[in-house]
Write a protein that binds this ligand. Structure first.
Ligand code: HEC
Length: 266
Protein backbone atom coordinates (compact mmCIF):
# COMPACT_ATOMS: atom_id res chain seq x y z
CA UNK A 1 0.00 0.00 0.00
CA UNK A 2 1.33 3.42 -0.87
CA UNK A 3 1.28 6.25 1.63
CA UNK A 4 -0.68 9.32 0.48
CA UNK A 5 1.37 12.40 1.31
CA UNK A 6 -0.20 14.56 4.00
CA UNK A 7 -0.30 17.73 1.85
CA UNK A 8 -2.44 15.93 -0.74
CA UNK A 9 -4.89 14.75 1.89
CA UNK A 10 -5.19 18.27 3.20
CA UNK A 11 -5.83 19.70 -0.26
CA UNK A 12 -8.52 17.16 -0.83
CA UNK A 13 -10.18 18.04 2.48
CA UNK A 14 -10.04 21.74 1.68
CA UNK A 15 -11.65 21.25 -1.72
CA UNK A 16 -14.41 19.19 -0.24
CA UNK A 17 -15.21 21.65 2.53
CA UNK A 18 -15.07 24.55 0.06
CA UNK A 19 -17.63 22.74 -2.05
CA UNK A 20 -19.82 22.48 1.08
CA UNK A 21 -19.96 18.73 0.71
CA UNK A 22 -20.67 16.42 3.54
CA UNK A 23 -18.08 14.19 4.90
CA UNK A 24 -17.64 10.68 3.81
CA UNK A 25 -14.35 10.69 5.57
CA UNK A 26 -13.49 8.49 8.40
CA UNK A 27 -14.84 9.78 11.72
CA UNK A 28 -11.37 10.89 12.71
CA UNK A 29 -11.26 13.67 10.17
CA UNK A 30 -14.60 15.26 11.15
CA UNK A 31 -13.40 17.56 13.93
CA UNK A 32 -10.70 19.00 11.73
CA UNK A 33 -13.13 19.56 8.91
CA UNK A 34 -15.78 21.19 11.15
CA UNK A 35 -13.28 23.66 12.45
CA UNK A 36 -12.22 24.49 8.93
CA UNK A 37 -15.72 24.98 7.53
CA UNK A 38 -17.04 27.20 10.29
CA UNK A 39 -15.28 30.36 9.10
CA UNK A 40 -16.26 29.65 5.51
CA UNK A 41 -19.92 29.32 6.45
CA UNK A 42 -19.81 32.53 8.42
CA UNK A 43 -18.32 34.31 5.46
CA UNK A 44 -21.02 32.95 3.21
CA UNK A 45 -23.73 34.20 5.62
CA UNK A 46 -22.14 37.62 5.71
CA UNK A 47 -21.98 37.77 1.95
CA UNK A 48 -25.62 36.75 1.49
CA UNK A 49 -27.79 39.85 0.85
CA UNK A 50 -30.75 38.62 2.84
CA UNK A 51 -31.57 35.61 4.92
CA UNK A 52 -33.21 32.81 2.98
CA UNK A 53 -36.99 33.13 3.23
CA UNK A 54 -38.70 30.68 5.51
CA UNK A 55 -40.65 27.92 3.85
CA UNK A 56 -43.90 29.37 2.47
CA UNK A 57 -47.09 28.60 4.31
CA UNK A 58 -48.96 25.62 2.74
CA UNK A 59 -51.13 26.84 -0.09
CA UNK A 60 -54.85 26.74 0.68
CA UNK A 61 -56.72 24.09 -1.25
CA UNK A 62 -58.34 25.13 -4.50
CA UNK A 63 -62.15 25.46 -4.13
CA UNK A 64 -62.80 22.25 -6.05
CA UNK A 65 -60.42 20.31 -3.86
CA UNK A 66 -61.93 21.77 -0.72
CA UNK A 67 -65.40 20.91 -1.96
CA UNK A 68 -64.26 17.39 -2.73
CA UNK A 69 -62.82 17.00 0.75
CA UNK A 70 -65.90 18.38 2.46
CA UNK A 71 -68.40 16.50 0.33
CA UNK A 72 -70.22 13.66 2.03
CA UNK A 73 -68.85 10.35 0.97
CA UNK A 74 -70.93 7.63 -0.72
CA UNK A 75 -72.37 5.56 2.11
CA UNK A 76 -71.05 2.07 2.33
CA UNK A 77 -74.42 0.40 1.74
CA UNK A 78 -74.77 2.19 -1.61
CA UNK A 79 -71.64 0.60 -3.01
CA UNK A 80 -73.30 -2.62 -4.07
CA UNK A 81 -76.15 -1.11 -6.09
CA UNK A 82 -73.75 1.42 -7.58
CA UNK A 83 -71.32 -1.23 -8.63
CA UNK A 84 -74.16 -2.98 -10.45
CA UNK A 85 -75.01 0.14 -12.47
CA UNK A 86 -72.85 -0.71 -15.50
CA UNK A 87 -74.51 -4.11 -15.80
CA UNK A 88 -77.92 -2.54 -15.56
CA UNK A 89 -76.94 0.04 -18.20
CA UNK A 90 -75.76 -2.71 -20.50
CA UNK A 91 -79.03 -4.62 -20.07
CA UNK A 92 -81.01 -1.47 -20.65
CA UNK A 93 -79.21 -0.60 -23.88
CA UNK A 94 -79.65 -4.13 -25.12
CA UNK A 95 -83.35 -4.12 -24.41
CA UNK A 96 -83.88 -0.76 -26.10
CA UNK A 97 -81.94 -1.50 -29.26
CA UNK A 98 -84.33 -2.94 -31.71
CA UNK A 99 -82.93 -6.22 -32.83
CA UNK A 100 -84.56 -6.96 -36.14
CA UNK A 101 -85.78 -10.48 -36.72
CA UNK A 102 -82.78 -12.43 -37.89
CA UNK A 103 -83.32 -12.35 -41.62
CA UNK A 104 -83.53 -15.96 -42.70
CA UNK A 105 -84.69 -18.06 -45.58
CA UNK A 106 -83.95 -17.94 -49.27
CA UNK A 107 -85.37 -14.50 -49.97
CA UNK A 108 -83.13 -12.81 -47.40
CA UNK A 109 -80.09 -14.66 -48.70
CA UNK A 110 -81.16 -13.90 -52.25
CA UNK A 111 -81.41 -10.19 -51.59
CA UNK A 112 -77.73 -10.15 -50.71
CA UNK A 113 -76.79 -12.31 -53.69
CA UNK A 114 -78.73 -10.08 -56.03
CA UNK A 115 -75.83 -7.64 -55.68
CA UNK A 116 -74.21 -9.77 -58.40
CA UNK A 117 -77.12 -9.14 -60.74
CA UNK A 118 -78.01 -5.52 -60.07
CA UNK A 119 -75.34 -4.16 -62.39
CA UNK A 120 -77.12 -5.64 -65.40
CA UNK A 121 -80.71 -5.92 -64.21
CA UNK A 122 -80.96 -2.78 -62.07
CA UNK A 123 -81.24 -2.61 -58.29
CA UNK A 124 -85.02 -2.87 -58.48
CA UNK A 125 -85.02 -5.27 -61.43
CA UNK A 126 -86.03 -2.53 -63.83
CA UNK A 127 -83.60 -3.80 -66.46
CA UNK A 128 -80.54 -2.45 -68.25
CA UNK A 129 -77.90 -4.60 -69.88
CA UNK A 130 -80.08 -7.48 -68.69
CA UNK A 131 -83.80 -7.89 -69.17
CA UNK A 132 -86.40 -6.33 -66.92
CA UNK A 133 -87.35 -8.66 -64.09
CA UNK A 134 -89.77 -6.44 -62.18
CA UNK A 135 -93.44 -5.89 -62.84
CA UNK A 136 -94.03 -9.64 -63.28
CA UNK A 137 -91.91 -9.72 -66.47
CA UNK A 138 -89.81 -12.57 -65.10
CA UNK A 139 -92.97 -14.47 -64.11
CA UNK A 140 -94.28 -14.26 -67.65
CA UNK A 141 -91.06 -15.84 -68.92
CA UNK A 142 -90.94 -18.49 -66.22
CA UNK A 143 -94.39 -19.44 -64.94
CA UNK A 144 -92.63 -22.32 -63.17
CA UNK A 145 -89.66 -21.74 -60.91
CA UNK A 146 -87.92 -24.89 -62.18
CA UNK A 147 -87.43 -23.34 -65.60
CA UNK A 148 -85.94 -20.22 -64.10
CA UNK A 149 -83.58 -22.26 -61.95
CA UNK A 150 -82.34 -24.13 -64.98
CA UNK A 151 -81.86 -20.89 -66.85
CA UNK A 152 -79.95 -19.43 -63.94
CA UNK A 153 -77.65 -22.43 -63.86
CA UNK A 154 -76.75 -22.47 -67.56
CA UNK A 155 -77.29 -19.03 -69.04
CA UNK A 156 -77.41 -17.93 -72.66
CA UNK A 157 -74.29 -19.72 -73.97
CA UNK A 158 -75.25 -23.20 -72.77
CA UNK A 159 -78.80 -22.79 -74.00
CA UNK A 160 -77.50 -21.77 -77.39
CA UNK A 161 -75.04 -24.64 -77.45
CA UNK A 162 -77.92 -27.00 -76.65
CA UNK A 163 -79.84 -25.58 -79.59
CA UNK A 164 -82.60 -24.06 -77.49
CA UNK A 165 -84.04 -21.14 -79.39
CA UNK A 166 -86.54 -19.97 -76.79
CA UNK A 167 -85.90 -20.09 -73.08
CA UNK A 168 -88.88 -20.08 -70.76
CA UNK A 169 -92.48 -20.06 -71.84
CA UNK A 170 -92.80 -20.34 -75.63
CA UNK A 171 -96.32 -18.92 -75.36
CA UNK A 172 -95.14 -16.02 -73.29
CA UNK A 173 -97.52 -13.11 -72.94
CA UNK A 174 -95.87 -10.28 -74.87
CA UNK A 175 -93.75 -12.67 -76.91
CA UNK A 176 -91.36 -15.54 -76.30
CA UNK A 177 -87.80 -14.66 -75.31
CA UNK A 178 -85.35 -15.90 -77.88
CA UNK A 179 -82.05 -17.13 -76.50
CA UNK A 180 -79.43 -14.41 -76.98
CA UNK A 181 -81.91 -11.87 -78.34
CA UNK A 182 -81.19 -9.40 -75.56
CA UNK A 183 -77.52 -10.16 -74.91
CA UNK A 184 -75.63 -12.79 -72.98
CA UNK A 185 -76.74 -13.81 -69.53
CA UNK A 186 -73.91 -15.61 -67.73
CA UNK A 187 -74.57 -19.07 -66.31
CA UNK A 188 -74.14 -19.23 -62.54
CA UNK A 189 -73.63 -22.93 -61.91
CA UNK A 190 -69.94 -22.62 -61.04
CA UNK A 191 -70.14 -19.35 -59.23
CA UNK A 192 -73.16 -19.93 -57.03
CA UNK A 193 -74.07 -23.04 -55.08
CA UNK A 194 -77.49 -24.58 -55.83
CA UNK A 195 -79.05 -23.15 -52.67
CA UNK A 196 -77.72 -19.72 -53.62
CA UNK A 197 -79.18 -20.04 -57.11
CA UNK A 198 -82.53 -20.88 -55.55
CA UNK A 199 -82.20 -18.03 -53.06
CA UNK A 200 -81.57 -15.36 -55.66
CA UNK A 201 -84.33 -16.85 -57.83
CA UNK A 202 -86.80 -16.59 -54.94
CA UNK A 203 -85.78 -12.99 -54.41
CA UNK A 204 -86.22 -12.22 -58.10
CA UNK A 205 -89.66 -13.81 -58.25
CA UNK A 206 -91.17 -12.75 -54.92
CA UNK A 207 -89.47 -9.43 -54.23
CA UNK A 208 -88.67 -8.00 -57.66
CA UNK A 209 -91.17 -9.84 -59.87
CA UNK A 210 -94.02 -9.25 -57.47
CA UNK A 211 -95.33 -12.80 -57.07
CA UNK A 212 -97.68 -12.79 -54.08
CA UNK A 213 -96.93 -15.76 -51.87
CA UNK A 214 -100.38 -15.47 -50.29
CA UNK A 215 -102.17 -15.80 -53.61
CA UNK A 216 -103.62 -19.02 -54.88
CA UNK A 217 -101.35 -18.81 -57.90
CA UNK A 218 -98.06 -18.80 -55.99
CA UNK A 219 -98.69 -20.21 -52.52
CA UNK A 220 -97.83 -23.81 -53.40
CA UNK A 221 -94.59 -22.92 -55.18
CA UNK A 222 -93.65 -20.60 -52.35
CA UNK A 223 -94.15 -23.21 -49.65
CA UNK A 224 -92.16 -25.77 -51.56
CA UNK A 225 -89.23 -23.59 -52.68
CA UNK A 226 -89.02 -20.12 -51.16
CA UNK A 227 -90.47 -19.94 -47.65
CA UNK A 228 -88.13 -20.06 -44.68
CA UNK A 229 -88.98 -23.73 -44.11
CA UNK A 230 -89.23 -24.63 -47.79
CA UNK A 231 -88.18 -28.30 -48.01
CA UNK A 232 -86.41 -27.79 -51.34
CA UNK A 233 -84.34 -24.93 -50.02
CA UNK A 234 -83.42 -26.79 -46.84
CA UNK A 235 -82.41 -29.84 -48.85
CA UNK A 236 -80.18 -27.75 -51.13
CA UNK A 237 -78.67 -26.06 -48.09
CA UNK A 238 -77.77 -29.53 -46.80
CA UNK A 239 -75.86 -30.21 -50.00
CA UNK A 240 -78.44 -31.79 -52.32
CA UNK A 241 -78.11 -30.76 -55.96
CA UNK A 242 -80.58 -30.01 -58.70
CA UNK A 243 -79.52 -33.31 -60.24
CA UNK A 244 -80.79 -35.30 -57.29
CA UNK A 245 -83.95 -37.24 -57.91
CA UNK A 246 -86.27 -34.99 -55.97
CA UNK A 247 -85.23 -32.15 -58.27
CA UNK A 248 -85.68 -34.07 -61.47
CA UNK A 249 -88.06 -31.36 -62.52
CA UNK A 250 -85.19 -28.91 -62.68
CA UNK A 251 -82.78 -31.18 -64.46
CA UNK A 252 -79.09 -30.82 -65.00
CA UNK A 253 -79.30 -30.11 -68.71
CA UNK A 254 -80.84 -27.11 -70.33
CA UNK A 255 -83.98 -28.09 -72.17
CA UNK A 256 -86.58 -26.23 -74.09
CA UNK A 257 -89.24 -24.59 -71.96
CA UNK A 258 -91.16 -27.59 -70.80
CA UNK A 259 -91.91 -28.15 -67.15
CA UNK A 260 -94.76 -28.36 -64.74
CA UNK A 261 -96.32 -25.30 -66.33
CA UNK A 262 -96.60 -26.99 -69.70
CA UNK A 263 -97.75 -30.43 -70.62
CA UNK A 264 -94.77 -32.61 -69.83
CA UNK A 265 -93.63 -35.11 -72.41
CA UNK A 266 -94.03 -38.80 -71.55
C1 HEC B 1 -73.54 -9.36 -67.46
C2 HEC B 1 -74.90 -8.92 -67.28
C3 HEC B 1 -75.83 -9.81 -66.49
C4 HEC B 1 -75.70 -10.25 -65.22
C5 HEC B 1 -74.55 -9.98 -64.26
C6 HEC B 1 -76.88 -10.98 -64.90
N1 HEC B 1 -77.70 -11.03 -65.98
FE1 HEC B 1 -79.51 -11.91 -66.06
N2 HEC B 1 -79.66 -11.45 -68.04
C7 HEC B 1 -78.73 -10.75 -68.75
C8 HEC B 1 -79.11 -10.74 -70.15
C9 HEC B 1 -78.36 -10.04 -71.26
C10 HEC B 1 -80.30 -11.45 -70.23
C11 HEC B 1 -81.05 -11.81 -71.52
C12 HEC B 1 -80.36 -13.05 -72.05
C13 HEC B 1 -80.68 -13.43 -73.47
O1 HEC B 1 -81.28 -12.63 -74.18
O2 HEC B 1 -80.29 -14.55 -73.85
C14 HEC B 1 -80.63 -11.88 -68.90
C15 HEC B 1 -81.74 -12.59 -68.56
C16 HEC B 1 -82.10 -12.94 -67.26
C17 HEC B 1 -83.34 -13.56 -66.89
C18 HEC B 1 -84.47 -13.91 -67.83
C19 HEC B 1 -85.42 -12.74 -67.86
C20 HEC B 1 -86.49 -12.89 -68.90
O3 HEC B 1 -87.62 -12.57 -68.57
O4 HEC B 1 -86.17 -13.28 -70.05
C21 HEC B 1 -83.31 -13.72 -65.54
C22 HEC B 1 -84.38 -14.33 -64.66
C23 HEC B 1 -82.06 -13.20 -65.08
N3 HEC B 1 -81.34 -12.74 -66.14
C24 HEC B 1 -81.67 -13.21 -63.78
C25 HEC B 1 -80.40 -12.82 -63.34
C26 HEC B 1 -79.93 -12.96 -61.99
C27 HEC B 1 -80.76 -13.47 -60.84
C28 HEC B 1 -78.64 -12.53 -61.97
C29 HEC B 1 -77.67 -12.52 -60.82
C30 HEC B 1 -77.36 -13.78 -60.20
C31 HEC B 1 -78.32 -12.09 -63.31
N4 HEC B 1 -79.41 -12.29 -64.12
C32 HEC B 1 -77.12 -11.55 -63.67
C33 HEC B 1 -77.60 -10.15 -68.24
C34 HEC B 1 -77.11 -10.33 -66.97
Amino acid sequence: MTEIPEHLLKRSRDRRSAAGGGSDDAAGSVPAKASETAPAAAAARAAAPAPAPVAPAPKPDAPVVRAAKERRKVPFWAMVPLSLLPIWAWMYVRSVQDHPEEAAGPRAAGQVLYGKCAGCHGGDGGGGAGRQLSNAEVLKTFPAIEDQLRWMEFGTEKYKAAGIKVYGNPNREGGAHQTGSYGVMPGWAGELTPDQILAVTCYVRYDLGGADEASEEWAAEYEEWCSEEAPKYLALEEGKTFGDMEFANVGTEPREGRDSAYPAEG
